[in-house]
Write a protein that binds this ligand. Structure first.
Ligand code: 5GP
Length: 119
């Protein structure tokens, strides 16, 4: 998928719009979701400009891939949800319900998240 430089997470990465940042390193930025679906709802995004999970998985360097996933675990731990458990979700494309075309991992926790696919 062609990367849209005007997507909202690209603007957050460029500091053009604010976010409630919880973590940042060379590979990843994490911030609270603006519309939380659980007591903990954090988005972890790579700093590289990848539109989808598939773009990330096929085009990112091994260091970028490792960096993103190490950040996910660090963020979950710092949020205090590792012991109780949490869910990671990545929505991909229209059928997957992806709204923002910059690859991101949702971390949801702080309560029993419930069924895998609601409804
Ligand atoms: P998607 O449906 O693409 O997997 O998830 C996009 C997520 O981004 C949604 O959960 C939505 O609430 C969140 N989101 C959309 N715009 C913003 C924003 O400007 N700031 C933050 N922090 N989250 C946003």
């Amino acid at each position: 998928m062609t990367y849209d430089n005007d997507n909202i997470f690209a603007k957050i990465l460029r500091d053009e719009i604010p976010c409630d940042k919880v973590y940042e390193d060379d590979y990843a930025l994490a911030f609270n979701d603006i519309s939380p679906q659980a007591p903990t709802h954090i988005l972890v995004i790579p700093k590289g400009l990848y539109a989808t999970q598939d773009d990330f998985n096929t085009q990112a360097s091994p260091d970028e891939v490792a960096g993103l996933w190490r950040a996910v675990s660090k963020v979950a731990d710092e949020a205090g949800v590792t012991a109780g458990g949490y869910r990671t979700i990545t929505n991909t494309g229209p059928d997957g319900g992806q709204e923002v075309p910059h690859y991101h991992v949702h971390i949801l926790g702080g309560k029993r998240i419930g069924r895998m696919i609601p409804g």
